[in-house]
Design a binder for this molecule. Structure first.
Ligand SMILES: O=c1ccn([C@H]2C[C@H](O)[C@@H](CO)O2)c(=O)[nH]1
Ligand SMILES: [Zn+2]
Length: 132
């Protein structure tokens, strides 16, 4: 499990990312902070579109940003949404997370934190190129 100080930092960063959300249609802002194996943190937020299906979630934004910067190994992701309860990632984001292995997933609510993992959120994963 992640050290408490790192977890706190990730939650702070996810909160900052959430402030950058572009979500005029749902008014549901989400922020994510992704910690790489080598200690870098990448942010992601949800970015909506008037063609609704083009919306991207915070979690995938963070992962695509990290991969675009050459990082593919992750330790943890913190996710914060706009409800009191923790916001669990959608199915699409779970599949994208699983592409990059198993890491901690921290779901942040107002008074509750759920500490889980990619494999717990997505059992029986579909994967190609298992030995790459
Ligand atoms: O885990 C989630 C769930 C939803 N959203 C976004 C998509 C959309 O912009 C808004 C409402 O679904 O929240 C995320 O970014 N992550
Ligand atoms: Zn999603």
């Amino acid at each position: 499990m992640l050290q408490k100080d790192l977890e706190k930092k990730l939650i702070e960063m996810a909160t900052k990312a959430k402030e950058r959300s572009y979500s005029p249609y749902s008014n549901f802002a989400v922020g994510a902070a992704l910690l790489t194996e080598d200690g870098e943190i990448f942010l992601g937020t949800n970015i909506e579109n008037s063609s609704f299906g083009l919306t991207i979630c915070a979690e995938r934004s963070a992962i695509f940003s990290a991969v675009s910067s050459g990082k593919r190994k992750f330790k943890a992701i913190a996710i914060i949404g706009s409800q009191d309860d923790p916001t669990p990632p959608c199915g699409a984001c779970r599949q994208v997370m699983a592409e990059f292995g198993d890491f901690d997933v921290i779901l942040v609510g107002k008074e509750k934190i759920i500490r889980t993992s990619v494999s717990e959120l997505l059992p029986l994963q579909f994967k190609l190129n298992e030995d790459e």
